[in-house]
Design a protein around this ligand. Structure first.
Ligand code: DC
Length: 227
């Protein structure tokens, strides 16, 4: 099977991780959720009792820590220095600070280096904010996945209700998503941008299956399909 790389970028809550995981499963590729790596650093900052604003200390700590990403059928398992933080990194305590941590140049440099290493042998579906622009600028397939703020907040709200984690109202979620969009788009280093060669997909009125099918269709057109 010919292997290639797929970059999926877009704002928070556009469905990137679910879609990337399904695309990877369909092709027999490895799914890498890069947002989880920024969340893992944020978790460690809190665990060590550091102030998220202490950029130099945060960067030094990030250099000392070990992050393992283990692909599982139900999603990616995240281990930080031997501790399973898969669930802990999804709490609002982490979400509130992760955009700040992800704005630090030294943290980004470290994580981008790790991400580039993961992509070398190809057969990777990676999702994030800067994958098509910085991490895998040569990816064979690039998708910029978006959806309206209202739709993304609605999806997060349903997810929270189903999982029982989180207690935000729909309008609080809308505000939070808009705040994170702004932070990710306005930061100095590697802001959220659509790569010039990325295919724009607006999932506002599409089902997950429709988006997955469209991406698999792109794979067939461009590289003759996976398997
Ligand atoms: O996708 P997510 O919500 O788990 O991402 C968490 C944070 O990390 C979010 O503020 C954007 C940031 N991020 C980033 O800057 N670059 C990436 N490649 C992935 C995520």
């Amino acid at each position: 099977m010919e292997k290639f790389n797929i970059a999926i970028d877009g704002p928070a809550g556009a469905g990137k991780s679910t879609i990337a995981r399904l695309v990877a499963g369909a092709l027999g590729f490895v799914y890498v959720d890069t947002g989880a790596m920024y969340r893992a650093v944020t978790w460690k900052v809190q665990h060590e009792g550091l102030q998220p604003e202490q950029e130099n200390e945060v960067a030094a700590m990030a250099n000392r820590m070990q992050i393992e990403l283990i692909p599982r059928e139900e999603g990616q398992q995240v281990i930080v220095d031997g501790v399973d933080v898969t669930k802990a990194i999804r709490t609002t305590a982490i979400t509130d600070y992760v955009s700040l941590i992800a704005s630090y140049g030294a943290v980004r440099q470290l994580l981008v280096t790790l991400q580039k290493q993961m992509a070398i042998s190809k057969g990777v579906v990676m999702d994030g904010r800067d994958i098509g622009t910085h991490v895998m600028p040569d990816a064979e397939i690039k998708v910029f996945l978006t959806a309206s703020v209202e739709e993304r907040a609605e999806r997060r709200f349903k997810e929270m209700q189903n999982s029982g984690i989180g207690s935000m109202t729909l309008s609080e979620l809308e505000q939070d998503i808009a705040r994170r969009d702004q932070l990710d788009q306005d930061r100095e280093i590697s802001p959220l941008r659509r790569a010039h060669d990325a295919v724009l997909m607006d999932s506002t009125s599409m089902t997950i299956e429709e988006v997955v099918d469209e991406i698999l269709g792109l794979c067939k057109d461009k590289v003759g399909g996976g398997k």
